[in-house]
Structures are given as structure tokens and as C-alpha cells.
Design a protein around this ligand. Structure first.
Ligand SMILES: Cc1ncc(C[n+]2csc(CCOP(=O)(O)OP(=O)(O)O)c2C)c(N)n1
Ligand SMILES: [Mg+2]
Length: 446
């Protein structure tokens, strides 16, 4: 028999549904041999980090974050398993999350796109219990209206057991390597960002290589990340950094962006200057769209090249006064610029020159996988197929009726004039996943 506790503060909705939801969740917890929690970004938006962490501690279970939720809960916590992004997760995170009997989605994680490692996560709906902002879903049962905060609070007092998890021991970070005269590489840049971050920082991450390089870094307590991997619309982060810096000037706002994304919304820098904001901006100049180079069959396709702006000259051109600006190409220059930015005396804008094909580890893995898939696909084509263009290989699958099929990516190879397409299905997920390519019947497009 499960005892359902009452919430401590007054709540604006009748509690009957909440009590029912708490009892149903507690029953599932009691029946589970293993349990994991995936917090959603809504937990920080509603400022419920403390009450969710209290629940996680009461349960003694692992928690992991999907990319969009990075920084929602403390990453130094003994129960923090790491980042969960499907096949792009470490083995210990996969074990903690996908092998658990029961997974509590705390806040409504959006299981789509990059947030699932390109649809490579494998969480069956039967083992998922969702505590969303205003409802609870357990299988096809919905409890509504409820308040997420009441659920966390009442569950803490009602949970029937403790699971006794602690994360594998993490090695102490070595000091980032390299000589002052060395060029800047992904391997030497991202550890420097990790050491630059401080508690309470607000870190805005752009889609592209910047987010894949930063996702694996462990954040100091209280540092928060804003990132939009859901649809990954580039240019978002520069504008979002303006909003974040305006919303809370007492925190350091740090923007990490690629130069291709930045070109779309760089005018927001002028607005930051106009309002006297003090962001710290790092623009990675790697001669174009590196993430696209990594995820396409032809990295040198002209689409990936950009007009070569003088990025570090932008703040002055956009009327920002008293900003520290620099263009850094060596580790020595980078370290000096980081030290200057850390003083916080002014806003900082640092153009970081990086390698055109120097992928951070997660992106390198996706690149190798995609390369292998393209080669297999090409080997499956027959002479009559008149193979012309390989494309859409990173587009998640939709079946012929337009229904989303997260377990399947379709690769279309366009066969020139005939208007005929040869379909090759990658079954089992996108570039991060261990998919298998299968030839399907040619398919005519009218
Ligand atoms: C509005 C929009 N256009 C195009 C894309 C496709 N896209 C995703 S990442 C990217 C390139 C990002 O390049 P950059 O900002 O230079 O980052 P890098 O990977 O080079 O570090 C593009 C074009 C997108 N996601 N959104
Ligand atoms: Mg770039």
C-alpha cells in the first residue's frame, strides 16, 4: 500500500488527479528493478531544480540529460550519469538509461531530432512515465490537470524505495595541452572553454560544431546552457545571447557560435553594444559550414563556403564601444584572450581561427558513420540505376504516407532524367546509429 503525501504549499488546482498520478507512479517505481530520470528544460524554466533533485536523491537513481536539457541539473552530482543522445551516448549512459526498467521523463523531454542523437535513442514507450508541466502520462493513461512541482514534492515523500546508483568515477581533468605557438584545434579548444566556464554562467550554444564540441564538457554547478538542437535553426544563438544578456545582466552571458550561423544574425551584436551589455562572444572561424562538411558525401560542395568576413572587426563597425576584440590563431593568443575576457572589464568578442575539417569527437563519429553508409549505398547501386546525386542521407525517415518513422532513414539517390528514384533504406537510425542499409524497390516520383 502506497502512502501519498500532501504538497506543502497551497496549489491552485484540486489535488484529486495529482494524488492519483502520484499513486500510479509510485506503484511503477515499486515494481521496477532499475530506474532513471531524464529532466527536461521546463524544470529550470519553472525553477523546480531543487525539488526534482530532492526526488532524484530520494530515489537514488541515475539521471542524464538530452542535449537540449544540458545544465538543467548539476553535472557534478554523484548521480549524474552524463549526456543521453541515443547512439551518441557513452556505454555507461546507455546502460543507465536504456537498460532501466522505468524511465521518468521529468518535464516533457522532446524526443526528436538531435535531442535523440538523430533518432537513434531506443526508449520504448512502455517504460516511460512522463511528468509534464500540466499532466502525467503513463502508457495511455493521462492525469490532467496537475502541476509538475506538486508531483515532485509529493513523490519525494511517497517514494517507496532507493535504487543506490552512483555514477562511474570521473577522472580529474588534465590541464588543456599544447604549446603557445600551436594552431587551435578542437582537442585543445573545448577543454579551454570547460576551464573558462564558471558557476552561474549562462552559456548560449549555436547549432553546428560548437554544440557538438561543448555537449560532452562537464559544467560547473549552476552554469546554465541555452541551446536549440530541436530544429537547429542557425543564427538563433546570436539573437538568443542578446536576449539572455538583457534578461539577466548580473550573470556572464557566453556565446559559442560558428561563423556561418553568426552571419545570419550578427547585427544583434550592435544591439548588445547599444544597450551596454557585456557578453563574451566566441566566433569559430573555420572557413564555412563544418558540420555540413561532416554530414555530406562531398565536404567541398560550394554551399559550405562563406564570404570571408573580418569577424573581430564587427563590434566596432556595429558601434560597440570599449569592447575587447581579438582574432586568435594560436593557443598562446587564445589563452591571452581568454584571460582578458575573464577579467570581465568589458564585453569581449573573440574570433577563433580553427581548422576547416577539424571535427570535435562526436561529429567525427557521425562523419565516419555517414561515410561508411554512403559507401555501402554506392556498392548497392547497379549500373542501370544511373546514380547521379546522393542526398537527404541525414534526413530522418518518413514512410510513404508521410508518417514519421524514427526507426528508419531513407536515402534517395536521384537517377537523372528518368525522374526515377532508387530508395535505399537505412534501418535503425541516422548518422550516429548502427543502421543497416537495405535496397528497396525503385520508386517513381510524379
Ligand atoms: C536556418 C538554417 N539554415 C541552414 C541550416 C543547416 N545547417 C545546420 S548547421 C549549418 C552550418 C553551421 O556552420 P557554422 O555556424 O559555421 O558552424 P561550424 O559547424 O562550421 O562550426 C547549416 C548550414 C540550419 N540548420 N538552419
Ligand atoms: Mg563554421
Amino acid at each position: 500500500m502506497i502512502h501519498v503525501a500532501e504538497p506543502s504549499a497551497g496549489t491552485w488546482i484540486p489535488l484529486r488527479k495529482t494524488r492519483g498520478a502520484v499513486a500510479a507512479i509510485a506503484e511503477r517505481i515499486e515494481a521496477a528493478q532499475s530506474l532513471a530520470v531524464l529532466p527536461a528544460y521546463t524544470v529550470s524554466r519553472f525553477k523546480l531544480q531543487r525539488s526534482l533533485l530532492a526526488l532524484i536523491e530520494a530515489l537514488g537513481c541515475p539521471f542524464a540529460v538530452t542535449p537540449m536539457e544540458k545544465g538543467v541539473l548539476s553535472e557534478t552530482h554523484a548521480q549524474f550519469a552524463g549526456m543521453y543522445m541515443g547512439a551518441g551516448s557513452s556505454p555507461s549512459v546507455l546502460e543507465a538509461i536504456e537498460a532501466a526498467d522505468l524511465v521518468i521523463d521529468a518535464g516533457g523531454v522532446n524526443f526528436n531530432e538531435i535531442n535523440t542523437g538523430a533518432y537513434s535513442s531506443r526508449l520504448s514507450p512502455e517504460k516511460l512515465v512522463t511528468i509534464d508541466v500540466d499532466h502525467v502520462r503513463i502508457g495511455n493513461r493521462i492525469f490532467n490537470p496537475v502541476q509538475m512541482g506538486d508531483l515532485f514534492e509529493m513523490l519525494v515523500k511517497s517514494v517507496p524505495k532507493k535504487f543506490g546508483y552512483s555514477a562511474p568515477r570521473r577522472q580529474a581533468h588534465a590541464k588543456p595541452g599544447g604549446k603557445p605557438s600551436d594552431p587551435i584545434t578542437a582537442a585543445t579548444l573545448y577543454p579551454r572553454y570547460r576551464d573558462f566556464f564558471k558557476p552561474k554562467d549562462l552559456i548560449v550554444l549555436e547549432s553546428g560544431s560548437s554544440n557538438s564540441g561543448t555537449f560532452p564538457l562537464l559544467l560547473p554547478d549552476g552554469a546554465e546552457v541555452q541551446t536549440a538542437p530541436l530544429w537547429g535553426s542557425i543564427g538563433w544563438a546570436t539573437g538568443a545571447a542578446l536576449g539572455a544578456a538583457l534578461a539577466d545582466p548580473s550573470r556572464r552571458t557566453i556565446l559559442l557560435t560558428g561563423e556561418g550561423s553568426h552571419q545570419l544574425t550578427a547585427t544583434a551584436v550592435g544591439t548588445m553594444g547599444r544597450y551596454g551589455l557585456k557578453p563574451i562572444i566566441f566566433v569559430l572561424n573555420n572557413e564555412g559550414y563544418m558540420v555540413e562538411r561532416a554530414l555530406e558525401a562531398d565536404p567541398n560542395w560550394i554551399y559550405n563556403d562563406l564570404a570571408p568576413w573580418n569577424y573581430h572587426a564587427l563590434p566596432a563597425a556595429l558601434g560597440c564601444q570599449g569592447w575587447f576584440t581579438a582574432k586568435v590563431s594560436t593557443l598562446g593568443e587564445l589563452d591571452a584572450a581568454l584571460a582578458r575576457a575573464a577579467t570581465g572589464e568589458s564585453a569581449s568578442y573573440i574570433e577563433v581561427v580553427g581548422g576547416k575539417m577539424d571535427f570535435p569527437a562526436g561529429l567525427a563519429m557521425a562523419h565516419q558513420r555517414l561515410d561508411a553508409l554512403v559507401h555501402i549505398a554506392q556498392s548497392l547501386l547497379e549500373p542501370d540505376d544511373r546514380f547521379a546525386v546522393g542526398g537527404e542521407s541525414k534526413v530522418p525517415g518518413f514512410d510513404d504516407a508521410g508518417m514519421h518513422r524514427p526507426d528508419r532513414d531513407l536515402v534517395h539517390f536521384v537517377a537523372g532524367d528518368a525522374g526515377e528514384r532508387i530508395r535505399l533504406a537505412i534501418e535503425g537510425g541516422g548518422p550516429w546509429a548502427g543502421g543497416v542499409i537495405r535496397r528497396m524497390a525503385p520508386h517513381r516520383l510524379d
